[in-house]
Design a protein around this ligand. Sequence first.
Ligand SMILES: O=P(O)(O)OC[C@@H](O)[C@@H](O)c1c[nH]c2ccccc12
Length: 265
Amino acid sequence: MTFLDRILETKKQEVKKLRSMIPYSVWEEKMALMPQPNSFVQALSNQSPLALIAEIKKASPSKGVIASDFDPIAMAKSYEAGGAHALSVLTDEQYFQGSTAILQSVRAVTDLPILRKDFIIDEWQIYEARAIGADAVLLIVAALTDDQLVSLYRTVQSIGLEALIEVHSLEEWERIRPLHPRIVGVNHRNLHTFEVDLSMTERLSQVIDEDILLISESGIRDHSDVMRVKDFGAKGILVGETLMRYGSEHVKQGIAHLLFGANYK
Ligand SMILES: O=P(O)(O)OC[C@@H](O)[C@@H](O)c1c[nH]c2ccccc12
């Protein structure tokens, strides 16, 4: 069993519980109370040198605890002050020590678009994302069948959210191509083995249409990595660990270093 298989087993149990606890009518009521979502795609378009999605992540199965004095609210404020164009918030509890409560508390302090970062396998998680104030959700192609992808993508769109569809191979890109996504995430980290390979962006950028926002995800450590994926064709980056390790007090400077390099004053 790979890491992804194990996580998906847990998700199935969680979704079963969520479905038994909350009927659709409750989501309907909660969603109706939410303000219009902010466009994730719009916030990330045409940014220079590229778009930054800054991630709020306490821990991960590959790295253990990343942020020991984890303060998601302070982090969100610093990310915004540092010029991040959107935020990603982990809501998985068991493997990433995230939660929907963290996303809600971040929502309360920022107007930046927020991506719900989780392993989405069921529409209930999408309704929940909308109800807690997310603007977009992650759909991981490796975790879904073609039928699931199509139906979850439709659900996302039907309630006015956006999806960041994540691929890790040419085959996965071919599977989502018919959906005509406006934005695609290329994950450098293999979710079965956790190996990181930055050249994944290079390979996929050769086949992903020019007008799609290509977001390079995972394992970006410094300015040279950023320039590398930009040269490969990335229009944006999604960065968690590198920024989290700066802590909320230093991350503004950390973003500047990441995007502009050591010459930044
Ligand atoms: O912390 P990193 O290496 O900068 O990675 C961020 C993000 O890409 C990563 O958290 C991620 C990408 N896809 C995922 C899917 C599920 C959970 C986590 C992820």
